[in-house]
Design a protein around this ligand. Structure first.
Ligand code: ADP
Length: 455
C-alpha cells in the first residue's frame, strides 16, 4: 500500500519534470535563429531520450503496482478464507446454541414487560401442546389458568418493578383443554439505562410433584380424620366403660366385705387379683380418656411461663417428691407459646416418670432450657435407671412399656400423651439415655413472641 502511495508521488514528479523541460525550451527562444534548428534538434533528441527514461520509469512503477496488487489480492483471499472459517464456526455454535435452547429440559421464553411472548423454545411449545409460532406474540396470561392469572400478573410486575429474579408456581393451559403445573423462574433483562425491556422466563413442569403433594395432603386429611375418629372412639370407650367398671369394683368390694371371711387363702388371693385388675383398668381408662382429650379439642395459644408451670407441678407432686426425698433443681425457665394446662400435663408426666424410674439414690432432677430456631428446648434430666436407646422411639407409643407392673406401676400412656401435646404445639420430643445412667428427655415448644423470661 505504501509503495503504491510512493508511486503516486513518483507520478507527481513527472509533470514537474515536464514543466522544467518547457522552461528550458522557452529560455532558449530568445537565441539566434541560426542556432535554433540545431538546438531544436538537440532538444528533440534530449526529449526523446528523457521519454525513454520516462517509459522506463512507468514500466518499473507499474510492475511494482502489479506486484503490490497481487500481494494485496492474496492477502484478501487469505483474509477471506479466515472469514469463511469464522463464519462456519459461528454458524456451528449458533446451531448448537439453538439446538440447546430448543431442546432444553425446561421451557424458555422471552416475554415483553406487557406480558406478550417474544420468543419461545420448542420445549415450552411441547409442554403446552402448541406450535411454537402459535405462542409468538400471544399474551402469556392467556396461557395461564384463570385462577392463577392474578398470581402471574403479580409475578410479572414484581420482576419488572424490583428488577430481580422471581419465581411462581402456576397452572398453565394445554391445547387439549387440560392443565399442567409449572414453576416459573423469571429474570429481568435491562437496557443501558437500567430499564427492564424483556423478561427471560424458564418454565419447569412440576405437575408430577404437585400431584404427589396433593396426594399427600389428601392422605394427611384422611389420616387426621381417621385419627379423630379413633380418638373419639377411645373417648367413648374409656368414658362408657368406666360406668360398668365402677359397678364391678363396688360389687367386688361388697363381696369382699360381706363374704371375705368365708374365703380361704386361695379365694382371698383371687379376690386381690380381681381388685388389682379392676384398679388397673380404672387407671387405663382414665389415662385413655386423657389421651383422647389431649389429641382433640381447641388448643389455646397463650404465653405460658414455664417457671409458673413448674411451681404448679411441684405443688401437684409435693407428696411424691417428699416421699422420695427428691430434689428438683432448675434455672430460670422461659415463656413459651401454648396451652398452659397441656404444658402442665407434659412437664408433670416427665417429672413423675423421673421420680418413678429411680434407682437406689434419691431422685435428682435438673430442668434446663436453651434457645433454638424460634423454639425453646427444655430438658428434664434425672439420675434414675435410664433407658436402652434401642427403645428410644418405642417408649413414646401408646401402651408401650419396658417394665412389668410388679416392677414399676404404669399404663404405658404417659409418654404418648407427652408426644401428642408437644406435636400439637408444633414441637418435638426425644430422649437421650444410657441404662443405669439416668435419662434426659428433651422437648421443643415455640417461643412466646420475643425471647422473654417470666419471674
Ligand atoms: P408408664 O410410665 O406408665 O409405663 P410412659 O409412657 O410414661 O408409661 O413410659 C413408657 C416407658 O418408658 C416406661 O414404661 C419406662 O420403661 C420408660 N421410661 C419413661 N420415663 C423414664 C425415665 N425417666 N427413666 C427410665 N425409663 C423411663
Amino acid at each position: 500500500m505504501n509503495n503504491n502511495g510512493n508511486n503516486k508521488n513518483d507520478n507527481k514528479g513527472h509533470p514537474e519534470k515536464r514543466t522544467e523541460r518547457k522552461r528550458n525550451v522557452k529560455g532558449n527562444g530568445d537565441m539566434h535563429p541560426a542556432d535554433h534548428s540545431s538546438l531544436r534538434l538537440r532538444a528533440e533528441a534530449l526529449l526523446e531520450k528523457q521519454k525513454g527514461q520516462l517509459d522506463e520509469l512507468y514500466t518499473q512503477d507499474l510492475e511494482k503496482i502489479v506486484h503490490e496488487l497481487g500481494t494485496y489480492q492474496i492477502e484478501l483471499e487469505l483474509q477471506n478464507e479466515d472469514l469463511k472459517t469464522t463464519q462456519a464456526d459461528l454458524n456451528e455454535s449458533r446451531r448448537k446454541y439453538v439446538d440447546l435452547y430448543d431442546h432444553a429440559p425446561v421451557g424458555y421464553c422471552t416475554i415483553a414487560p406487557t406480558g406478550v411472548i417474544l420468543s419461545a423454545n420448542l420445549t415450552v411449545a411441547r409442554m403446552l401442546g402448541r406450535a411454537r409460532h402459535d405462542l409468538l406474540r400471544t399474551p402469556f396470561p392467556l396461557l395461564v389458568a384463570e385462577n392463577d392469572r392474578d398470581a402471574f400478573f403479580m409475578h410479572l410486575r414484581k420482576t419488572v418493578r424490583e428488577n430481580t429474579r422471581q419465581s411462581a408456581e402456576l397452572e398453565m393451559l394445554t391445547n387439549d383443554g387440560g392443565g399442567i403445573h409449572v414453576l416459573l423462574e423469571s429474570n429481568p433483562v435491562t437496557d443501558s439505562a437500567g430499564k427492564v425491556v424483556e423478561i427471560r422466563t424458564a418454565a419447569t413442569d412440576i405437575t408430577e410433584k404437585k400431584l404427589k403433594e396433593l396426594e399427600i395432603i389428601n392422605l394427611n386429611r384422611e389420616l387426621l380424620r381417621s385419627n379423630e375418629d379413633l380418638l373419639h372412639f377411645a373417648f367413648i370407650v374409656s368414658h362408657d366403660l368406666q360406668e360398668p367398671l365402677r359397678t364391678v369394683s363396688s360389687f367386688i368390694q361388697l363381696l369382699e366385705r360381706k363374704y371375705g371371711h368365708l374365703l380361704d387363702d386361695k379365694g382371698n388371693l383371687y379376690m386381690r387379683h380381681i381388685v388389682g385388675g379392676t384398679e388397673h383398668m380404672r387407671h387405663l381408662l382414665a389415662d385413655l380418656l386423657i389421651f383422647s382429650r389431649v389429641g382433640s379439642g381447641k388448643l389455646a395459644r397463650e404465653s405460658v411461663s414455664l417457671q409458673r408451670v413448674l411451681e404448679n407441678v411441684r405443688k401437684n407432686l409435693a407428696e411424691t417428691i417428699r416421699e422420695n426425698d427428691a430434689e428438683i433443681v432448675t434455672e430460670t425457665l422461659p415463656v413459651v407459646s401454648g396451652d398452659e394446662s397441656l404444658v402442665t400435663d407434659l412437664l408433670q408426666n416427665l417429672i413423675s416418670n423421673s421420680l418413678k424410674y429411680r434407682n437406689g439414690d434419691p431422685p435428682k432432677i435438673r430442668i434446663s432450657s436453651f434457645s433454638e430456631d424460634g423454639h425453646w428446648i427444655i430438658s428434664v434430666q434425672d439420675n434414675g435407671i435410664g433407658i436402652d436407646m434401642q427403645y428410644a422411639d418405642q417408649i413414646f407409643l401408646i401402651f408401650q412399656r419396658l417394665h412389668q407392673r410388679n416392677e414399676f406401676e404404669g399404663t404405658g400412656i404417659g409418654l404418648a400423651i407427652c408426644k401428642r401435646i408437644v406435636e400439637r404445639h408444633g414441637g418435638r420430643i426425644w430422649v437421650e439415655s444410657e441404662p443405669g445412667n439416668g435419662a434426659t428427655f428433651f422437648f421443643a415448644l415455640p417461643k412466646a413472641g420475643a425471647d422473654s423470661y417470666a419471674w
